[in-house]
Design a protein around this ligand. Structure first.
Ligand code: AGP
Length: 615
């Protein structure tokens, strides 16, 4: 949520910052802005409501050359999306400019105090207090900019990743972080700063992820001073290698990132499995699970915490681990878990699932679990993300960068990891026979090829989307392993095509939602379960009797459901536990085509942002 980017060094900062904003736009697109310090040490601030393109057009003929630049793309929290509330924010004197990702929780108190001391606020944002506060500290103490930022932050409660530029000290940038993500890239006597590695990859692979509570001064001569905000203790930055590849950040000929990412799933699943299946002995091994094997085997419960699509993966994780490994599992919305005083003990394992590894509620839920003594485990996609660093162990999903706001390959790779986790635990606990265990591993290895077969149905799915593109409501039904898939299908449709959709366990329909069914209601039934076939068939009959329009995802060769449904999408067969990895693919494609046909902004749907770093 909100993207920040900055540059200091010998190159022209503007183009680097602008390109960075384009890469980070998925984090928020309510407004965008830049500030540049020119060679005569004047500070130019430009900001515009809407996407980065608006800003680019606005600045076209304006002065913008300079070697220091900061930029921001906003997902609005405090104050509507307009030019004034856009970042960078600057002091009344116009000497200091600042960009911020996060939330200043005590901004209201700070604002009242600053107003009392004569500071004038022009925006409705929480961020603006920071620039006035820094100026106030400088006025009262005569401190240089880095010390003023450090002292100002000591009075701030909340989450932040900030970059501060001052035209009075034009040879440095000051950056600081608490709870929001920030990465520093090292070039040749130059520094790049961003919310994640995507704006840096074309310039450098040498990066540092600065820790919470740290502040860094980045000098034009290539020196960095990293300190603690609390007591000025110095640190030596740890240099990491950035794992992004440039081509992963491009659309690669696809019209949208979402479509590209749907099509990347066969490879993403292979990447998630790679190195984790021993082909000689046909065994599964997740390093993190192996390291804490005894804790997993002795655990009283596994508790999943997650949000959105990752929460749907967690539900599938519950089905998998209870079914195969016979360990009790609970699934919690991270946002509820953190505030409801849950019972968590040292005998529990708390697993956070998060594509970004930065979701504020999921992080907070983990912190609570840690405080109560549980072993914590992270299933994340973004390497080096906060959740991957704060957990005792974990498994990366290796899906590669997911840019489309709607999660697709992150979901299938999370489910792949969960499937391997369940198989590994089941094998160790002896809850699966060796034959079934080996058969399941072979099936998992075939999933990628089966996804490729489903992707060939794209045209057919587009035709179905065309028929239903004007529908205003959808019901998604599924049983067993396909119930979370129904939820995920409904979420995908809602978030990118703005069509109201609800997911239900197929049998729950009779307890209320059936009242909605008439000849105008499309009902998508995920009916690939082998075990519940007869039951799903009866549910479909019930819908049919009420004239609902049925679209069914079925197994290839199905005859019965095909007689009842108006449209069928046949997909390759697999054993029950692997069903979600296949049945979700047509639902992703359906929502994609619905969104395109309805003229929606597929990759950047309204009101959403990719990484939800605020509660
Ligand atoms: C998915 O399509 C959504 N955009 C959203 O629900 C997302 O899954 C959720 O915000 C969790 O994000 P995370 O996986 O990065 O924690």
């Amino acid at each position: 949520m909100c993207g920040i980017v900055a540059y200091i060094g010998p190159k022209d900062a503007y183009q680097i910052v602008l390109n960075g904003l384009k890469r980070l736009e998925y984090r928020g697109y309510d407004s965008a802005g830049v500030a540049i310090i020119d060679p005569k040490n004047n500070l130019h601030v430009y900001k515009k409501k809407g996407k980065v393109k608006n800003l680019e057009d606005f600045i076209k003929d304006k002065p913008k050359s300079g070697h220091i630049g900061i930029g921001h793309t906003r997902w609005a929290t405090h104050g509507e999306a307009n030019d004034v509330n856009a970042h960078p924010h600057f002091t009344t004197s116009g000497h200091i400019a600042l960009i911020h990702n996060g939330i200043i929780e005590n901004y209201s108190t700070l604002k009242t105090e600053l107003q009392f001391r004569g500071y004038e606020f022009v925006s409705e944002t929480d961020t603006e207090v920071l620039v006035h506060l820094i100026e106030d500290v400088q006025k009262n103490t005569g401190a240089n900019i880095e010390e003023a930022v450090r002292l100002a932050l000591q009075g701030v409660v909340g989450a932040y990743a900030i970059v501060v530029a001052s035209m009075e000290e034009p040879d440095k940038l000051v950056v600081a972080k608490l709870s929001s993500p920030m990465v520093i890239g090292y070039g040749d006597n130059e520094f790049y700063v961003a919310s994640d590695g995507s704006p840096l990859v074309e310039y450098t692979k040498k990066v540092s992820y600065i820790e919470d509570g740290q502040i860094a001064t980045l000098h034009k001569n290539g020196e960095i001073a990293l300190k603690s905000i609390k007591d000025n203790t110095s640190f030596v930055p740890y240099i990491d290698e950035l794992e992004y590849k440039l081509e992963e950040l491009e659309k690669g000929g696809f019209e949208h990132f979402m479509l590209k990412e749907i099509y990347e799933q066969p490879q993403a699943v292979i990447n998630a499995i790679r190195g984790r299946i021993d082909k000689t002995n046909l065994t599964v091994k997740l390093g993190g699970v192996e390291e804490f094997e005894q804790s997993f085997l002795n655990a009283k419960r596994i508790v999943f915490v997650a949000c959105g699509t990752s929460w749907h993966s967690a539900l599938i994780g519950e089905y998998l681990i209870e079914d195969l490994a016979r360990i009790q599992v609970e699934v919690e919305y991270a946002s509820e878990f953190r505030y409801r005083n849950p019972i968590i003990t040292e005998e529990d394992i708390v697993i956070a699932i998060s594509q970004s590894g930065e979701t504020a509620d999921t992080k907070a839920a983990l912190e609570l679990a840690k405080k109560r003594g549980a072993l914590t485990y992270g299933i994340c996609n973004v390497v080096g993300s906060a959740i991957s660093r704060m957990t005792d162990a974990g498994s990366y999903t290796h899906a590669g960068p997911e840019i489309g706001v709607a999660s697709t390959k992150a979901f299938t790779t999370q489910v792949t990891i969960l499937t391997m986790m369940a198989l590994q635990l089941a094998h160790k606990k002896g809850t699966l026979s060796k034959t079934v265990y080996h058969q399941y591993i072979s099936e998992l290895e075939q999933i990628s090829e089966k996804i490729k077969i489903i992707l060939k149905l794209d045209k057919r799915i587009k035709q179905i989307a065309n028929i239903f593109k004007d529908s205003t409501n959808f019901l998604y039904l599924g049983r067993g392993y396909n119930f979370p898939v129904a939820l995920e299908g409904a979420l995908k449709l809602k978030e990118i095509s703005y069509v109201h959709a609800e997911g239900y366990p197929a049998a729950e329909m009779k307890h209320g939602p059936i009242a909605l069914i008439d000849e105008n209601m499309p009902i998508l039934v995920v009916a690939t379960n082998v075990e519940h076939y007869e039951k799903v068939l009866s549910n479909i009959e019930e819908v049919k009797t009420r004239k609902g329009r049925i679209i069914a995802i079925v197994n290839e060769g199905d005859t019965e459901i095909s007689k009842l449904a108006e449209f069928v999408i046949p997909i390759p067969k697999t054993s029950e536990p692997f069903t979600p990895l296949l049945s979700v693919i047509p639902l992703q494609l359906l929502s994609y085509h619905m969104a395109v046909l309805r003229g929606c902004d597929v990759d950047q749907p309204r009101n959403l942002a990719k990484s939800v770093t605020v509660e």
